[in-house]
Design a protein around this ligand. Sequence first.
Ligand code: IPE
Ligand code: IPE
Ligand code: MG
Ligand code: MG
Ligand code: MG
Length: 263
Amino acid sequence: VLPELKTMMRYSLLAPCKRFRPVLYLTALEGLGMARHQGRHGALALECIHTYSLIHDDLPCMDDDDLRRGQPSAHRKFGEAQAVLTGDALLTLAFQLLAMDPPSVVGSMVSELARSSGIDGMVAGQLLDMEGHVEGGNLEKLINIHRRKTGGLISCCLAMAGQRAGRGHSEVASLRELGASLGLIFQIQDDILDCVSEEGDLGKTVGKDEEQGKLTYSSLLGLEGAKERLKMEVMKAEELMNASPLDPAEVKPLLHFLANRSH
Ligand code: IPE
Ligand code: IPE
Ligand code: MG
Ligand code: MG
Ligand code: MG
């Protein structure tokens, strides 16, 4: 790998953060009877895609954010074109890594990751997010944005775990649905934290959504309304958890973390 490219990729990828997506994937894999090491390519691929999405999300032409994972965002550190290319490199590396999984499962996993991070998921959601404003916004539009921009990849973590473990269509579908619910919870809390956090705790700029007039749970429903929706969505996720092939006892701590996290 070109040394300067490697430096830039490592800067964003290895900065302190939650690693929620790989942890969710590996937890689910274990719950489906697989060993954690069997999930190493998938876990890395998920974090590469996620990190690329953060680098691009912060660009001046998107959210124009200077702080990410407690340090200057990639374009502030290395320049804008460099940040775009670092994102591209992480995006493509994700598929290079995932392609190393066994041939019997890799086709469905690649397809899941591509769709949920691309035209059916995150990229589409990011486009709608750019166009969405509080004025003229409604709950239906908001859910559509969040389900795609954040729910897509989080849902993919659980669906991909099912595929890696060789489970059939209906089990994968139920995992995908549970993941979508977790993704919505994740982004509702992200919207709340943008209003109530301290920058030092969050590691990214606070109050950015309000400043840019973004359509978020807190801007549409108010802080209390957003917290109410969060509770409703947690109850829904608990039901989906009971109907999923996973042991609820194993996923519950992650759900609890999502709804109560402070960063
Ligand atoms: C932030 O993701 C972007 C969203 C999808 C809301 P995280 O909150 O998972 O960020 P890191 O990975 O911990 O930095
Ligand atoms: C971004 O949502 C979701 C992505 C796909 C990156 P936000 O724009 O709210 O994420 P943060 O708050 O900047 O991390
Ligand atoms: Mg954004
Ligand atoms: Mg942003
Ligand atoms: Mg946010």
